[in-house]
Design a protein around this ligand. Structure first.
Ligand SMILES: *[C@@H]1O[C@H](CO)[C@@H](O)[C@H](O)[C@H]1NC(C)=O
Ligand SMILES: *[C@@H]1O[C@H](CO)[C@@H](O)[C@H](O)[C@H]1NC(C)=O
Ligand SMILES: *[C@@H]1O[C@H](CO)[C@@H](O)[C@H](O)[C@H]1NC(C)=O
Ligand SMILES: *[C@@H]1O[C@H](CO)[C@@H](O)[C@H](O)[C@H]1NC(C)=O
Ligand SMILES: *[C@@H]1O[C@H](CO)[C@@H](O)[C@H](O)[C@H]1NC(C)=O
Ligand SMILES: *[C@@H]1O[C@H](CO)[C@@H](O)[C@H](O)[C@H]1NC(C)=O
Ligand SMILES: *[C@@H]1O[C@H](CO)[C@@H](O)[C@H](O)[C@H]1NC(C)=O
Ligand SMILES: *[C@@H]1O[C@H](CO)[C@@H](O)[C@H](O)[C@H]1NC(C)=O
Length: 484
């Protein structure tokens, strides 16, 4: 239909370009989501000649994004397909999830990205594979690794004894290779993802081995103080201090990854065990909304400060995970539905208002609580806005919650998938005292010019080498956030 612009429309030109959506209308949400999905995918160059399939441009300094964020992107796109039915990006999504699986081991530890390979990085890809199985996303060709098998591979490598030493009484470290900065840090996101995957694999397969690990991991996280009795979820702590130096920044993905996992545990239990998960989940939902949705629009409180943004590129994408995992929680634990969906709706309305920037007039910003575009555009922000929109589609009649092996899931698994949890050529045997080893290696790396160059070449230029304590990506969050 050809329309001639009236003078009024011309005057309102830029306002028309801004993202428009009626949140009461699923079809309007889908139309808006498609535009945002296109804008998001414009950041993806992995299919251009000479580029690497599966990853967003990076890692720094080659581009803004670390390897893990590609994994997060494809999970967002699986949800996009599931909630909208639009398969436009499925071929790219499938190719990406398979290309980065890290053949032949297929446990999401490709050699290329070893220098920034944390348990959380590996885990983000694993959760996206798990999601594909749960959402009945089309299975890969039979000669390729299958979604369930890929998630099991990630879980199995993380459950291996090599990844679980006794420092701080257990738990996963942040980094996998001993030589990586941050190997001496144990944190909520690494353990939260392991918990989350365990809870989901248990429900999907009916195998209790997974939920036993999940439950033990939750208990450890609480025991070590990463989650307190008020359900604040803190970032992590160092093994040198037996994890007593808890870094109390709160990030929304930490809270949300435990929330979604707890919803899976609730959904997959009965009796007193279920009552325990219900209680935990009730309090975690409540606290998460209090902290991150205090005034309605979601705020990444530890780095989105009233007067400035200290969020790193990673953190600019966290709101999207919170929206997606909370929507999933509402499906799995219907008693949380109304309170979660009210919060998500309010926040999404605000997110949409941030989408009025860039050349096309609808690029989404990072701050959602100002009613306008803040000039801070990126793949993480588009991903978050997309997630906010699609998460409001969970209540359509045609949408089912995550399936299991016995309720329609067809992904083929392999309980033994995974292989060597530590396939890194230069790592000395862990038994010789990894704590001392890590300390020495890290000290060497910090000791001069060579170290700086190593640092750069290892893809860690996102953080300045921390002068005193060896904290990783998260340390640059400045004091002044409200909750720590
Ligand atoms: C690893 O890097 C090489 C060289 O850039 C590239 O050809 C290959 O596709 C990459 N593999 C993965 C899994 O990223
Ligand atoms: C180290 O921390 C763990 C977990 O909090 C605790 O169980 C253990 O007793 C602590 N060890 C020492 C020596 O304090
Ligand atoms: C809970 O109990 C019901 C009735 O006994 C049973 O059908 C169901 O499978 C149980 N669910 C779980 C997750 O154990
Ligand atoms: C959280 O719990 C408090 C105290 O019970 C209650 O007043 C508040 O409404 C709850 N918030 C949400 C979002 O459920
Ligand atoms: C969003 O939440 C804020 C704070 O709770 C409230 O003042 C506002 O009315 C809400 N907006 C909508 C559209 O629900
Ligand atoms: C478990 O999740 C499904 C959605 O996948 C939902 O229909 C069902 O009611 C949930 N079970 C319980 C006990 O809440
Ligand atoms: C479900 O699990 C059972 C046993 O673990 C397996 O035999 C069966 O093939 C699985 N079903 C599907 C559709 O994969
Ligand atoms: C359950 O999972 C564990 C851990 O992967 C595996 O060793 C075991 O074989 C599985 N059991 C069944 C019945 O598939």
């Amino acid at each position: 239909m050809l329309r001639t612009a009236t003078p009024l429309l011309v005057l309102a030109g830029s306002a028309w370009a801004a993202l428009q959506v009626d949140l009461d209308s699923p079809s309007s949400i889908k139309t808006a989501a498609k535009l945002v999905a296109q804008d998001l995918m414009a950041y993806y160059k992995g299919n251009d000649p000479g580029q690497t399939p599966g990853i967003l441009p990076g890692p720094p300094p080659a581009g803004d994004y670390y390897w893990w964020e590609g994994g997060a992107l494809w999970g967002t796109m699986v949800d996009y397909w599931h909630y909208t039915g639009d398969a436009t990006f499925n071929d790219l999504t499938t190719e990406a999830l398979l290309f980065q699986a890290g053949a032949p081991q297929n446990a999401y530890m490709p050699r290329n990205w070893t220098a920034s390979l944390g348990n959380d990085d590996q885990g983000f890809w694993g959760m996206s594979a798990m999601l594909a199985a749960e959402m009945q996303y089309p299975n890969p060709p039979k000669d390729q690794p299958q979604w369930l098998e890929l998630a099991q591979a990630v879980f199995n490598t993380q459950a291996s004894p090599e990844r679980h030493d006794n420092e701080c009484g257990g738990g996963l470290r942040w980094q996998i290779p001993l030589a990586n900065i941050g190997y001496d840090y144990k944190n909520s996101i690494a353990n939260g993802i392991f918990f989350n995957l365990g809870a989901r694999l248990a429900r999907y397969t009916g195998n209790r081995t997974y939920s036993d690990w999940a439950d033990r991991t939750w208990d450890w996280v609480v025991g070590v103080g990463f989650m307190d009795e008020d359900m604040n979820v803190y970032d992590g702590a160092h093994v040198e201090d037996n994890c007593t130096d808890v870094f109390k920044a709160q990030f929304s993905y930490n809270a949300a990854v435990f929330m979604q996992g707890a919803a899976f545990r609730y959904n997959n239990t009965n009796g007193t065990e279920q009552a325990r998960w219900k209680d935990r989940l009730t309090r975690l939902v409540n606290r998460t909304i209090e902290i991150f949705f205090e005034n309605g629009p979601m705020v990444e409180v530890s780095c989105e400060l009233p007067d400035r943004i200290t969020c790193k590129t990673d953190m600019l994408s966290f709101k999207g995970y919170a929206h997606r995992w909370m929507a999933n929680t509402a499906q799995l634990a219907p008693f949380t539905h109304d309170v979660i969906m009210a919060a998500l709706r309010n926040s999404t309305a605000a997110a949409v208002k941030s989408c009025s920037g860039g050349a096309n007039g609808r690029a989404c910003g990072f701050r959602w609580d100002t009613g306008t575009y803040d000039g801070l555009t990126g793949a993480g922000q588009e991903m978050s806005a997309l997630a906010a929109l699609t998460s409001l589609l969970v209540d359509q009649k045609s949408i089912s919650g995550p399936v299991t092996n016995s309720t329609g899931g067809t992904s083929v698994g392999n309980p033994e998938a995974g292989g060597d949890p530590n396939p890194f050529p230069s790592a000395p045997p862990v038994t010789m005292g990894d704590r001392v080893g890590a300390g020495i290696l890290t000290a060497l790396m910090l000791s001069g010019l060579v170290a700086t160059m190593l640092w750069m070449s290892m893809g860690w230029s996102e953080v300045e080498p921390p002068p005193v304590k060896r904290r990783g990506r998260m340390v640059l969050v400045e004091t002044g956030g409200k909750f720590w």
